[in-house]
Design a protein around this ligand. Structure first.
Ligand SMILES: Cc1ncc(COP(=O)(O)O)c(C=O)c1O
Ligand SMILES: Nc1c(O)cccc1C(=O)C[C@H](N)C(=O)O
Length: 412
């Protein structure tokens, strides 16, 4: 894309088929929010939905709400509503617990499904929780852990040993924004007899995901980033139908039991992805997810992807002369919905992010040297991207960030 003027951006916004969604979010005045890849913005409909659950379903109807308000089935109901966003069948997705907990459950289930093999392959630079959970699950299962770069040659070399039970990969790299070839890498792992677990935290709600078409075995994703379900919102688990009869997860609890109200002493796993449930979920948190999924059910994912690519391309183009190194691939098929820029002097990069925040442009900094900007296509306009890029160029050129260098470090 050649550089656009602010007027060009305003024209693009006027023609944007997703433009109407912005009004459905509560966004503070004077802020360009480029951190929706960490915590998504609040849909305006959410507070009313949450208070309905609190005041009416809980406050007035009490215990009856487990059946009358659909509380018991909420993990399946919400899973079925997430399914179209990730290319899954409704009974292949359940909602509940955290991403970390679900990574653990699915990793152990995958190891148990491949009992003649005892290695878990992960990505060297994956998000820390993925690495820690892998360590924990491997240790518990008596398996070994190997970390590689998630490119095809490195992965193929690791798989060639023939002892890999499961590979855990992130669909979009949280640091660089690189989008992985889900179909190709899944095929590669399967060719070598390994199962594949994908972390969708940075792709669900950012682009169309095709778990079924790619032949994926398991996937886990969070709902508080691009899906806007609020801080600590429940995660979701995808289990391919072909594994439903045999998958056994390690936190077998009564919500994953086939007949929980038999109160039997023997565990019999439920059908479908429900066997990945454990215990009771927060129905108040589920209400916030329900409200955001109402909004998401009206989103055309191809349009979302087209706008995301246009926004990230625009930002990368407008900031190309800052001297910051672009870490995110320019090729559309390798790019998620973020732009990451590297500053050779990490603390300087952190100070630039802080100086931008003082000007109302919220991005984040990831150690050791990454300036990270996420683009949520539902509430960002082209003019926002233009303004944010202009602010970044000014901050870098004027050296205005130096004043922010010695303030307290940003924690999130
Ligand atoms: C790739 C990835 N996996 C997992 C998580 C988080 O896991 P949890 O929701 O359990 O905190 C994050 C972000 O926090 C993430 O970026
Ligand atoms: N989940 C988070 C949290 O509980 C506190 C602070 C930040 C987060 C994040 O989501 C970080 C995010 N996954 C990242 O990519 O950096």
């Amino acid at each position: 894309m050649t550089s656009l003027t602010r007027e060009d951006c305003a024209k693009l916004d006027a023609e944007d088929p997703l433009a109407g969604f912005r009004a459905e979010f509560a966004l503070p005045d004077g802020v360009v929010y480029l951190d929706g890849n960490s915590l998504g913005a609040l849909p305006k409909a959410t507070p009313e939905r949450v208070s309905r659950v609190v005041e009416r379903e809980w406050g007035a109807d009490l215990i009856a709400s487990w059946s009358a308000a659909g509380w018991w089935d909420q993990p399946r109901t919400l899973g079925a509503r997430i399914a179209p966003l990730v290319g899954a069948a409704p009974h292949e997705v359940v909602v509940g617990d955290s991403t970390s907990a679900n990574l653990f459950k699915t990793l152990v289930a995958a190891l148990r499904l491949n009992p003649d093999r005892n290695v878990v392959v992960g990505e060297a630079g994956n998000f820390p929780t993925d690495l820690y959970v892998t360590q924990g699950a491997a240790e518990l299962m008596g398996a070994a852990e190997r970390r590689v770069d998630p490119d095809e040659p490195a992965l193929e070399a690791a798989l060639a040993s023939g002892d890999v039970a499961v590979v855990l990969l992130s669909h979009v790299d949280y640091r660089t924004g690189t989008l992985r070839d889900m179909a190709g890498l899944t095929r590669l792992a399967h060719r070598h007899g390994a199962l594949v677990l994908w972390d969708l935290c940075h792709s669900v709600g950012a682009l169309p995901v095709e778990l079924g078409a790619c032949g994926v075995d398991f996937a886990v994703g969070c709902t508080y980033k691009y899906l806007n379900a609020g801080p600590g919102a429940p995660s979701f688990t995808f289990a391919a139908e072909r594994h439903h009869a045999t998958a056994r997860q390690p936190i077998a609890g009564w919500h994953g039991h086939a007949r929980p109200f038999d109160f039997s002493g023997e565990y019999v796993p439920a059908e479908g992805a429900s066997r990945f449930l454990s215990g009771s979920q927060s129905l108040i948190a589920a209400a916030a997810l329900e409200a955001s999924l109402d909004l998401w059910s009206r989103v055309d994912l191809d349009r979302l992807r087209a706008k995301s690519l246009a926004l990230t391309d625009l930002f990368a183009t407008l900031t190309a002369d800052t001297g910051l190194m672009l870490m995110t691939p320019r090729a559309a098929e390798r790019r998620g919905s973020q732009v990451s820029l590297r500053h050779p002097d990490g603390p300087a990069g952190e100070a630039i992010v802080r100086a931008l925040a003082e000007r109302g442009v919220i991005g984040d900094f990831r150690q050791p040297d990454v300036l990270r900007f996420g683009f949520a296509p539902l509430y960002l306009r082209h003019v926002d991207v233009y303004d944010a890029a202009t602010a970044l160029v000014e901050v870098v050129r004027s050296g205005g960030w130096r004043a922010s260098r010695f303030t307290a470090p940003q924690e999130v």
